[in-house]
Design a protein around this ligand. Sequence first.
Ligand code: DAH
Length: 336
Amino acid sequence: MISKINELTEAINQADLSSEEKLEQFRLRYLARKGEIQSLFKQIGQLDENERAEAGRRMNQLKALAEEKFEQAKEELKSSSDQDISALEDISLPVEPTYAGSLHPLTRTQNEMKEIFLRLGFDVAHGPEVEDDFHNFTALNFPPDHPARDMQDTFFVRKSEKGHHDDLVLRTHTSPVQIRLMKETPPPIRSVIPGRVYRNEAVTAKSYFQFSQMEGLYVDRKVTMGELIETLVRFARLMYGSDVEYRVRPSFFPFTEPSIEMDIWWDSDRGGQWLEILGAGMVDPNVFEAVGLDPEVTTGFAFGMGVDRIAMLRYGIDDIRTLYENDIRLLNQFSD
Ligand code: DAH
């Protein structure tokens, strides 16, 4: 019995009471009604009479020791958790900053453009970024030897030995989606098509191997050039304000006849300049034929806008590369 008491004394002295959980285990093991100390007390009655007094005295000491250890550890735990709380009491302390995500300047510009065209009665369509030669070039009336088909401009996903018909390319513009829409949906069609396009160009502040366009297509009977220009002017006014200065110039694209380009006047510290924001025109009869529509009754206009140029003008960004590098220092300037 005495040796058991010595053993327990030793164990209690060395008990680790550094957490609430350990403290509770200690209480259950030694101090609870069915704990080790109480069960030893019960054994005192079985001892010889001359041993009982000594054992009783030692047991009382043991119990006192366990209780004292327990109370002391409880106090210590409580005061250390009080300290934790008091560290939080100064509610004026600055908190760790948190950063919420925000829309990329290109996405914002694209959203604004989409909203304008939704107001003008267009819907929004999409098409694939990997295209076949037919949609990207042939159906859009590019002659077989057109320089845009050249290796220097186009990223080929598959370059066929058997001629360009089987080529697969990263689309060089969003115009192939015009072909898809006209093949899928009978007129009237009135859609804008935002998306990424790719060209194998030297990377500079002004050009990049990928950029973003927004295509527009309106196909119906008796569509006129006047309606095209009115649509583009309305777009420019809604995008840049009613006092925007613009000009419309004749141009050339294989898939439109006649073709135009629109510039807007941009004032900057270094003086103003005309900047081209889009190409457009009346859908060429050859394009209608390629998709199986009768050019005698079907008319339409199309346009293709450079979203990057429009975003750069809008936000005063002078290097197109910053739009694709996703440097957090640029993106943070656009958080709401
Ligand atoms: N696809 C032309 C380009 O990437 C832009 C363009 C011009 C689109 C005239 C059109 C259009 O729809 O009618 O440069």
